[in-house]
Each structure stands twice: as C-alpha cells, then as structure tokens.
Write a protein that binds this ligand. Sequence first.
Ligand code: FAD
Length: 406
Amino acid sequence: MDFGLNRDEIALQMRARAFAERIVRPRAAAIDRDGQYPLDVVAALTEAGFVGMTIPKSLGGQDRPFLDAVLVIEEMAKACTVTARIVVETNMGAISTVMAYGSEEQKRLAAKLVLAGDKPAICITEPDAGSDTTAMTTRADRRGDSYVINGKKHWITGAGVSLLHLIFARVFDESGNDLGIGGFLAVRDQHKGLRVTRREPTMGLCGMPEGEIVFENLELPTSMAVLPPSGLRRGFADLMNAYNSQRVGAGTVAMGIAAGALEHALDWAKTRRQFGRPIGEFQGLQWMLADMQTQLTAARLMLYAAARSRGPNDSPFPDPMQAAQAKIFASEAAIKIVNDALQFYGARGYSRDFPLERMARDVRMFTIGGGTAQVLRTLVASKMLGWKLPQTRDGYAPRPPRDATE
Ligand code: FAD
C-alpha cells in the first residue's frame, strides 16, 4: 500500500524504526512491570531529536510537520506504548497550544523545557467534569498582576514527572465576573501551590503516571496566561483546537500498538505448529489476518490524512472532523486487532511472559482518553448536521417532585 510518503519521511520512519528496535523494545516489558517513568528512554529520545520536532527552528526545534511526529510515534508504539506517548506529548497537545497561542516568553519557556526532555502535562479533567469539560470548577482569580488558581484535576498524564503544566481554569476578574475558561502555564518546582496528591492505579500504560493534582493558591504572574486570538471569553475552543493534534497522536499510538501486535501474530502464524503444520495454514486464522491488515491499513490512511489536514480559518491544527474520525476508527480497530493477535498466541497470549497481554491492556485506553469515542461521534455528527449539539438538552431532566396525593 502506498501511503504517499516522500523520501525524507521514509528516511525518518526508518531511523525511528531502528531506534525503537535498538533502544525501546528491550525496555518495554520492564517499563510495564516496574511502572517507573523511563528517564533513560527520554534521554535517548532527546539525544536522537525525537522530542520537540514540531517546535519552530527559531526556538531550537526542527519545524517538522505533524505527519513526521506521527511516523515516529507509530514506530515507538509498535514496541512500547509509554515511549510513544512521550513522543506524542513532546510534539503535540500542550506544546502545540503554546506554540500557536503563547507569548514569545511562554514559547521560549516551553521550548527550553521540552527540548531538554520534559513531557508537558495538560490539566483539563476534574472529578465532576470529564467529557463535560466546561463544567470545570477550578478557578483562576485575578489579583493585581497575578492569577491565583484553586481546584483539583485528575487523570493527568505525567503527574509528578512533568515540569510544564498547561492548566485550564475558569477565570474571574477582580470584581468576581466569570470571563470564561482560560489556559495557564505553571512549572512544577518553580511555582508553589501545585501538589500531586494521588497516582491512579491504571490497568495498563504502566510507566506513565496518571495522577490527581491539587492547586492551592497557586499564584501565577499574568504573563503565564495563554491567551488565544479570540480572547478569554471565546478562547477555550481555540485552546482546545490544539487537542486535534493530540487526538491524531493518540490515534497513532493505538494504530502503532495494533501494527506491532499484527507483526507478532504474523510471525507466530508461520512458526507455531499444530496438527502437523503452521497454524497460519488454517483458513480461520488467514481470514483473521486479512481483516486485521485491512483495518490497520484503513486506520493508517485516516491518521496520515488527518495529520496532513488543516482545520478551517487558517488553523495550524488538523481538521477537527478528520482528527475525530481517525481517532474513533483507529482506537476501535486497534482494540480488535490486538485482541485477535492475542488469540493467535493461545495460552501464551494470556501470559505475562509474552507482549500481547501488555499490548491488550495498553490499547484499551484509546477510546477513553483525549475525548471518548462517544463524545467524538457527537462532534462528527454536529459537523455533519452543521448544528451545535448541546448535550444537556436531551439528557436527564429532573422529574418534578411527586404529588403526595398521587
Ligand atoms: P465521563 O465523561 O464520565 O463519561 C462516562 C461515559 O459516558 C463514557 O463512556 C462517555 O463516552 C459517556 N458519555 C459522556 N457524555 C456523553 C455524551 N454526551 N454522549 C454519549 N456518551 C457520553 N485528562 C486530562 O485533562 N489530561 C490528561 O493528561 C489526561 N490523560 C488521561 C490518560 C488516561 C490514561 C485516561 C484514561 C484519561 C485521561 N484523561 C486526561 C481524562 C480523559 O480525558 C477523560 O477520562 C475523558 O474525557 C472522559 O471523562 P470521564 O472519564 O470523566 O468519563
């Protein structure tokens, strides 16, 4: 299948593949088992120039397009999901928000940290504001030349290891007027009042901490507010626009895990013998292989197209509709492909001595984080209909209290 990659892109893909085989694959099982953030791998990624690739050259980066990051992410994900997620978050997501909407000072700060290997954290989700992000209650109160942030976030990727944090909070002026949701940059260890209070006990993706973060009078100079072009009141949508790159990145991690799992299944189909012949000679498994490959190819095509796309109004980010469709399709296809690959291994697929059970635990996340598959479908449908689809209108409405005489 021709994916339309040029010579430079293929060269980058090959370099990433060789790196993943040499440095990443031998570490993957131990990262999962120990649950420790792999600083040695981060150092190697930094040295190889796989972090901060999308940062402009003027700030020390390589000015590479999102597709280049996608090619590297895919290769890492075949071997180790945690490593792939580090490449996502040092090239897409929070760093892209800052590069698109940040001040020069903010860009320099973020570039310096990321190019030194820091994986920024993006803090949106709260215990009572998950898919419904605008229900967030974390607040930023203006006090003279500062904002004071109070609130709680949870499921924050990189909690306790990330230095740079992009925090979303509801902004209030000095008179207590609600100005809408804005973004703020904080550096752990530099700004007091940011505390990691819990590590989430995850099913997979072990080695990448997910945690709860509490902000207690976190005081940030006003220069740390990330202001989108449309200003604070309407700016949340702009800031969230950067999530379209993160979504393509997350979909690519899922697709890469599936590609890795399929490589294992194919290899096992040729080498494992039962009934006197390789199990790949059984048509039941051949059709599974064909379906896995077909789904994988479709996912890859959608993700590459989404990475190449741009949203409306000169957006620097992938088209929201394409990014959402690619993530829905890739994450759901990947769960099925990995599950089927595990089946090829029989009992060994269920064993911790083999990589398939780790891949199955890791891949399960990708229909949840970064916008669930259901919420992304709502986004796609709203674009198709050309309507804003308010989720609060057709859902639960409290029943009036029962009449005592009823
Ligand atoms: P809920 O919103 O409570 O949803 C529960 C279920 O209801 C889901 O199936 C959902 O699809 C469905 N649902 C909700 N609303 C609708 C609707 N309108 N229509 C149809 N179905 C609906 N957050 C961050 O801010 N930063 C991070 O770095 C981060 N990293 C994460 C890493 C991992 C591994 C995970 C698992 C999550 C991470 N998250 C992060 C949180 C993630 O973004 C949220 O989990 C996600 O947005 C869903 O929110 P929720 O878990 O509260 O589920």
